[in-house]
Design a protein around this ligand. Structure first.
Ligand code: RRO
Length: 300
């Protein structure tokens, strides 16, 4: 009933672990799958190791979290060792980043044999210049990165977009034109900021970070809804999902699968099974036989 086929990747349900959360080691990725996720996405990794920003890197705000981890990761060589240790049956998506089409291609070619899909992170809102959202805010750069990775590897390629643009449809259309197989909407919203009243200073060491959690869900829903109207590739919805109702809303807006990140902070890893059980009960009540019947219903 909950099964989803995403670009040929068979998932037992439409919930995926979002990039950046518990995605550094094979043991935590295996664990998330055993708690019920349909697929897992790694923390974004790059060609070379990156220390990221100093602590504090995360702060809670009403209805959300602001993070500026700083694209921290041990580099592709080290990441590969983890990818080998992920259980075969688990659908794995490698989230990768770089500062040029060539860099993206190098990382993609290093891991494409070990994963089921690649997700291009061109959307981190507080990345260094030349990385993250500075790529995803530019339609031409978006096109070049997607095209280069698609030419180089066989595995399906999703591209994760930033909501911090004037017209997300324009970027999505460019990504599709360049050949992407799926579009993930959205990365965290930002740059966002919180100031400590005692010290009078910004809390995060980087000052600015990306806002995630329930606060951004209405924007994520709008992005999925708008992009669904203009592209044919499947969409993966992410941003503020905490219960099955949020998943239903994303499906109705046009997502074929969903990703969950901040909710693990609020509800623990049990959130995946709880959402799937509740979603199944909802589908029975409403007479849906499969997930596909729900995708895009808000447009009819
Ligand atoms: O590592 C991060 O600080 C980070 C990344 Br790469 C991203 O894509 N989105 C985010 O909120 N944080």
């Amino acid at each position: 009933m909950l099964k989803v086929n995403l670009c040929g990747v068979k998932m037992r349900n439409p919930t995926m672990l979002a990039a950046g959360v518990l995605g550094i080691t094979a043991s935590s990725l295996n664990r998330v799958y055993h708690y019920g996720a349909g697929a897992v996405v790694t923390k974004s990794f790059s060609l070379e190791p990156n220390m990221g920003y100093k602590n504090p890197t995360i702060v809670e705000v009403p209805y959300g979290l602001i993070n500026a981890m700083g694209l921290s990761n041990p580099g592709v060589e080290s990441f590969k060792k983890e990818l080998y240790k992920i259980e075969d049956k688990i659908p794995v998506v490698a989230s990768i980043y770089g500062s040029s089409p060539r860099e993206f291609v190098k990382v993609a070619l290093d891991v494409h044999d070990l994963v089921d899909m690649i997700e291009l992170n061109i959307s981190c809102p507080h990345a260094m210049k030349g990385y993250g959202a500075t790529i995803g805010q530019d339609p031409q750069l978006t096109f070049k990165v997607v095209e280069a990775v698609k030419e180089a590897c066989e595995v399906p390629v999703a591209v994760k977009l930033t909501p911090n643009v004037t017209d997300i449809k324009e970027i999505a259309l460019k990504a599709e034109e360049a050949g992407c197989d799926a579009i993930t909407l959205i990365n965290s919203l930002g740059p966002a900021m919180k100031i400590d009243l005692k010290t009078g200073k910004p809390i995060l060491s980087n000052k600015f970070g990306g806002l995630s959690g329930p606060a951004i869900k209405p924007i994520a829903i709008r992005c999925v809804y708008e992009v669904y109207d203009v592209v044919d590739v499947p969409l993966i919805g992410v941003g503020g999902i905490t219960d099955y109702k949020d998943v239903v809303e994303f499906l109705y807006a046009g997502a074929r699968a969903t990703q969950i990140g901040s909710a693990i902070f609020y509800r623990g890893l049990e959130v995946f099974k709880k959402i799937c059980d509740d979603l199944k009960a909802f589908m029975k009540r409403e007479g849906f036989k499969n997930i596909n019947e729900m995708v895009g219903l808000a447009h009819e």
